[in-house]
Write a protein that binds this ligand. Structure first.
Ligand code: GUN
Length: 298
């Protein structure tokens, strides 16, 4: 008999618990007269997704008790002007960490902006120093989505040692760091990792041999039921905004996994929404707390 009882990896519930833990810690810092962690976010233009993410980051800061500052620019801001703001934030002693929301308009080099950020304030973990330190297992800011996924696996005590983990996608923000972390000599980690991407020829075969699949392609409902082994653990990073006449916002978030087909075959699976998304935001908050406490860099 097929056992089709799967368990949801509930990012909404786990992130709520983490939020509570952090709010308590901030209250203690406040009571002891310590410095309240302060996050700044730079938002360029009016991309719907970016607006939503940044609003959610600012709101979560307030709920935890952090200070937050939102800095907005129109699409036509120059690279020079943005670099000046980065420099100002680098030198502002009250700002513990800051992020520049991506994507940026085409006339601005994202890489140049990322490299201009002081790595000690780079709570997104995108600066080459943080990426490099992560890859050799040194203390650093780990980017929020991979960090959130690790925390979710940890809180559900998912076994990872010796497992075959397939990462679909090779982006700098998710795929690459995720693969690095899953092969690290640590828990969660110690996996045999395969990274598949748009040019991979044997992607289905790889997925069928996977114990854990982390899908970060940005292709709605890419992973189908016939690509998944019985009992696999599935983590869906996809959040494509699909037009919808049913929801108030006019769109519906759609994951990279065909949930109805895949879920019955799984042991654990993240829902969309309510899986990786809330874990990403809360992980940024945790990095902000670490930055405020100077826990990683002095
Ligand atoms: N765009 C998509 N994800 C992210 C993120 O984690 N941080 C920033 N700054 N931009 C993003």
């Amino acid at each position: 008999m097929e056992d089709n009882r799967y368990q949801l990896l509930d990012g909404k519930a786990v992130s709520a618990q983490m939020k509570k833990e952090m709010a308590e810690e901030v209250a203690q810092i406040k009571a002891a007269g310590g410095k309240i962690p302060h996050l700044a976010a730079v938002l360029v233009g009016h991309d719907g997704g970016s607006e939503t993410y940044v609003a959610s980051k600012v709101k979560t800061c307030e709920e935890i008790g952090f200070k937050s500052t939102l800095i907005r620019y129109e699409d036509d801001v120059t690279e020079e002007e943005l670099l000046r703001k980065v420099d100002e934030l680098n030198n502002d002693a009250d700002i513990d960490g800051f992020i520049v929301q991506l994507p940026l308009p085409k006339h601005i080099s994202e890489q140049k902006i990322i490299e201009a950020i002081d790595y000690r304030k780079d709570v997104d973990g995108f600066h080459p120093i943080n990426v490099g330190r992560m890859s050799i297992g040194l203390p650093c800011f780990v980017s929020a989505t991979p960090a959130g996924i690790l925390e979710l696996l940890k809180r559900y005590e998912i076994e990872t040692s010796g497992k075959h983990c397939v990462v679909l996608g090779r982006s700098n923000i998710v795929g690459k760091p995720m693969a690095t972390l899953m092969m690290q000599k640590a828990y969660p980690g110690n996996c045999t990792v395969t990274v598949c991407h748009s040019r991979s020829k044997n992607l289905k075969e790889m997925c069928l041999s996977a114990d854990i699949i982390i899908v970060a392609l940005g292709v709605p409902e890419f992973l189908k039921g016939d690509m998944v082994k019985e009992g696999a653990v599935i983590v869906d990073v996809g959040t494509t905004r699909m037009p919808s006449s049913v929801t108030k916002s006019g769109y519906k978030l759609t994951g990279d996994v065909k949930f109805d087909e895949v879920a019955p075959k799984c042991s654990y699976i993240t829902p969309v929404p309510g899986g990786v998304g809330p874990m990403t935001i809360i992980s940024l908050m945790r990095n902000t707390l670490l930055a405020g406490k100077k826990a990683i860099y002095k």
